[in-house]
Design a protein around this ligand. Structure first.
Ligand code: SF4
Length: 226
């Protein structure tokens, strides 16, 4: 079996396991777990915040208005959904689309980290504050750090982390959309740069997976939106 097929199978197995996750209270109100979607062998992975109404209904991340904007931004740089993988910090929809709670992120973060370990992207673009703070391990908000790539270790892999505004925030704010579009324009070059990073180790078994980061190291206020 080729490495790519093996990786896709491992990711699907993990998605199947996650579908029945009851680790936090969001399990009670969800229609389904929204695990992630796209190319399991993608070099570029996007990480958003949490499923909304449409995502919860259909089980696919980023299919509402913000998702349409994401598709448009991808098209501007010659990419489409099948070129990337996309997931959220939380896999279940918070009621009324409220912000994720610290305890929900702490419960769910290992699902995201396992996804990253299996996919082994070279460039991880975080959309908005929650994903950026979680994966950078730093409290700096998206307004400060958007468009500034940084090398981070995510499990066994050194990846380029690239914080971006969340498309939902840019939907009705033309100035923010302009910035987001400009930040997107750098992605192709950053993928090339990420190629030169130290090669990654093969995926490790779930029980051997290292603790990649701990959201609980951040104070609740540090995980806020701005
Ligand atoms: S949000 Fe995450 S931890 Fe909570 S039930 Fe859903 S998959 Fe499990």
């Amino acid at each position: 079996m080729s490495g790519e097929v093996e990786r896709a199978n491992a990711l699907q197995t993990y998605a199947d396991e996650t579908a029945s996750c009851m680790r936090c209270a969001l399990a009670e109100g969800r229609t389904q777990v929204v695990f992630g979607a796209g190319n399991p062998n993608a070099d570029l992975m996007f990480v958003g915040e949490a499923p909304g109404f449409h995502e919860d209904q259909q089980g696919i991340p980023f299919i509402g208005q913000a998702g349409k904007l994401l598709d448009k931004l991808l098209a501007e740089i010659g990419l489409e959904r099948s070129d990337i993988y996309i997931a959220n910090v939380l896999k279940c929809r918070p009621p009324q689309n409220r912000d994720p709670l610290l305890e929900e992120i702490a419960s769910c973060e290992s699902h995201l980290f396992r996804q990253i370990e299996l996919i082994q992207p070279k460039l991880v673009a975080t959309l908005g504050n929650f994903a950026t703070k979680l994966l950078s391990g730093k409290p700096l908000g998206i307004t400060r750090v958007h468009g500034q790539e940084q090398e981070v270790m995510l499990g066994p892999s050194r990846v380029l982390l690239y914080p971006l505004y969340h498309p939902a925030a840019a939907l009705y704010t033309p100035s923010m959309l302009k910035v987001l579009s400009e930040d997107f324009a750098r992605i192709p070059a950053l993928i090339g740069r990420a190629d030169a990073l130290t090669p990654v180790a093969p995926p490790v078994a779930a029980e051997q997976a290292p603790v990649l980061a701990a959201v609980t190291e951040l104070e609740p206020v540090q995980l806020g939106l701005f």
